[in-house]
Design a protein around this ligand. Sequence first.
Ligand SMILES: NC(=O)c1ccc[n+]([C@@H]2O[C@H](COP(=O)([O-])OP(=O)(O)OC[C@H]3O[C@@H](n4cnc5c(N)ncnc54)[C@H](OP(=O)(O)O)[C@@H]3O)[C@@H](O)[C@H]2O)c1
Length: 222
Amino acid sequence: MAGGKVLVVGGTGMIGGLASQMLARRGSSVALAGRDGHLLAERSRLLGHCPYRSFDAYDLEGCASLAPWAAEALEGLNAVVVAIGVAGFGRAEEVDEAAAEHLMTVNALAPMAVVRGALPVLEPASVVAVVTGVIVDKPMRGMADYTAAKAALAAWLGVVEREQRSRGIRIVDVRMPHLGGGFVDRAVIGSAPKMPTGADPTQAVEQHLIASIMASAVQAQG
Ligand SMILES: NC(=O)c1ccc[n+]([C@@H]2O[C@H](COP(=O)([O-])OP(=O)(O)OC[C@H]3O[C@@H](n4cnc5c(N)ncnc54)[C@H](OP(=O)(O)O)[C@@H]3O)[C@@H](O)[C@H]2O)c1
């Protein structure tokens, strides 16, 4: 990724924060997007005052405008990492419609809008990596809405991957395992059942996200 120009959406989160540091360390120029303006400014400072932009998942046009903004700020764009999401717990009948809408918007519609907005501005041989989760393959009781949102995103990415292959753009669905770091404690509704200890975040981001991006970048470059 030396010389890469990367937008990290969810740069204020645990996974997005780790990914942006790792990519910057490998020589990429990074632009950050996240919701929390103060945290964004702080993380930008840690990355040598890289460009940053605040957005909210409910503003889908704003989500779609992130990659065009980053392409201008970085003078090109050849990778996008999307690591936004929120958990939600409770049996289906316990989840109110506002929470259901929130889970679908943040976990599916917003990442889709980010990728949709990125496709026209990505350079040839680019990589788009979107974090979904192992829940796509192993749905859990008490997480129907979260599972449905991640599964919808995964299905959408699968089709986009096939559509973009001929352009040389690789779309990667990163099915991250459960990590330590408190994601499940920031749920929009309900509380997490007792769960096994999560994997080490730094190791998992290296192994599942950064390694996939590197491998896909090599494939994209032929
Ligand atoms: N951690 C895990 O165990 C795990 C496992 C599998 C999959 N994943 C997936 O990985 C992704 C990132 O997880 P994480 O552990 O890094 O979580 P995190 O630390 O809680 O970060 C979540 C990110 O999503 C952003 N976000 C949440 N709601 C938003 C909204 N309404 N508008 C815009 N941005 C919003 C947050 O922005 P602000 O902080 O700026 O508000 C933050 O950047 C999620 O999609 C999650 O489902 C996580």
